[in-house]
Design a protein around this ligand. Structure first.
Ligand SMILES: Cc1ncc(COP(=O)(O)O)c(C=O)c1O
Length: 405
């Protein structure tokens, strides 16, 4: 019994512990389990020496500024540096005034949701989609409508039908949320045609688009189109968010929003009351890093490092899993998402069997699906385990699916 229940707000009452967090806590206690359940970058990739040197220099040289309170929107000098980085790496221009620095892109999702969503508003997402984004939208009372994906991301023909239907039912759609490159969890990447179609739909039906872009910086294949949807935006409808979490280190907690100026102003006003500003010290560290070639060189090292892990996972799936599965080989990111097409296979129900009997862990995919489907799916992380453990773990999972389902 929770003795504080009577004090809780409606949001606090409605919020439930995330399935993943609870599962991760159980797994941490089981040392003999091979875990594909996390979503962490491999700490071996963190550029610790370089970061330590830069952090020390910033504190010694800019201590008075870097340890002080700063602007809510983000330090101007840092925003200016970041706009050059965005232009250089993601190919679109943004005025530093239209850039807001956030405490991770998770805060960006929160600021945007607080600014745009009222209970009952519709948000359209990919089905499946990023769990912590779905959580934020739900916390604002949004009604989330998932649209099917295939290996080329959200099926924009179905998206158009869905929008048409919702509009005809009088529903208020606020935005379409997509992760166009190496989607979390499904690993899908949108084609240029689909991105153009999505913009067309947003223009036709007067909708905003929320583009979440953490994974486009390192891609494992040649010839993948990673054009930002924001770069195709002709009517100022795209709110673009990104982060250094996957290209440097998530613990630094820096993300950003590039958006039309009036929206940026609203996000800034709300951020004032959330955390005043993102840590000044970390912003200075980021600006200093972006002046060097560290990120670019680091990203060049990350792609082959994670590609080997992805390849081992995909090859092992091909070898050890039964034929009745569907998944896409992700061109980036940290996950392979597998649907097991065997009648009665329930990934949530199988978690404890996987843990206790086969000593392997994954995240059941159902909670990533806003439409409640996906009971037969599982998310497998390949960035964290070693190559040997990836092969052994997939072998065990394959055995489980073949014998238990
Ligand atoms: C699609 C997506 N969006 C946002 C985030 C949040 O990242 P952060 O808050 O570390 O920038 C993640 C983290 O895994 C993610 O996968």
């Amino acid at each position: 019994m929770d003795t504080y229940e009577k004090y809780y707000s409606t949001i606090a009452k409605s919020i439930k512990a995330s399935e993943i967090r609870e599962l991760l806590a159980i797994i941490r206690a089981k040392k003999d389990v091979i875990s594909f359940a996390g979503g962490l970058p491999d700490p071996k990739t963190f550029p610790k020496k370089e970061l330590a040197e830069i952090a020390q220099r910033i504190i010694l040289e800019y201590g008075d500024l870097s340890l002080q309170y700063s602007e809510t929107k983000g330090i101007r000098k840092v925003r200016v540096t970041l706009t050059s980085f965005i232009k250089d790496v993601r190919g679109f221009s943004v005025d530093p005034e239209n850039l807001l620095i956030t405490t991770g892109s998770q805060q960006a999702l929160d600021l945007i949701s607080r600014s745009l969503l009222d209970p009952g508003d519709v948000v359209i997402t990919e089905n499946p989609s990023y769990l912590a984004a779905l959580g934020v939208f739900r916390m604002r009372g949004a009604n989330i409508v998932g649209v099917k994906i295939d290996e080329h991301g959200i099926k924009t023909d179905l998206l158009e039908e869905t929008v048409k239907r919702l509009v005809s039912e009088g529903k208020k759609i606020k935005f379409i949320y997509v992760i166009p490159v190496a989607q979390n969890p499904a690993g899908t990447t949108m084609t240029l045609e689909r991105k153009k179609h999505l913009i067309e739909i947003a223009n036709r039906y007067d909708l905003l688009v929320l583009e979440d872009d953490p994974y486009s910086y390192f891609i494992y294949e040649e010839g993948v189109d990673a054009t930002a949807i924001k770069a195709l935006d002709t009517e100022d409808r795209v709110i673009y968010i990104s982060t250094i979490s996957k290209i440097l280190a998530p613990g630094i907690r820096i993300g950003w929003i590039a958006s039309p100026s009036q929206l940026t102003r609203k996000f800034e006003l709300i951020k004032q009351y959330l955390d005043l500003h993102t840590p000044t010290l970390n912003q200075y560290i980021l600006a200093e890093i972006l002046k060097t070639s560290l990120v670019k060189e680091h990203v060049k090292r990350l792609a082959p490092y994670y590609k080997v892990k992805r390849d081992i996972m995909v090859e092992s799936i091909e070898e050890y899993f039964p034929d009745e599965i569907w998944y896409t080989k992700p061109v980036g990111g940290l996950f392979v998402f597998v649907y097991v097409n065997k009648p009665g296979f329930n990934a949530s129900a199988m978690v404890s069997v996987a843990l206790d009997k086969y000593k392997v862990a994954y995240v059941p995919g159902k909670s990533f699906h806003p439409d409640g489907s996906g009971a037969n799916s599982m998310r497998l992380n390949f960035s964290y385990p070693t190559l040997e453990l990836i092969e052994e773990g997939i072998k065990r999972l394959g055995e489980m699916i073949k014998t238990e389902a």
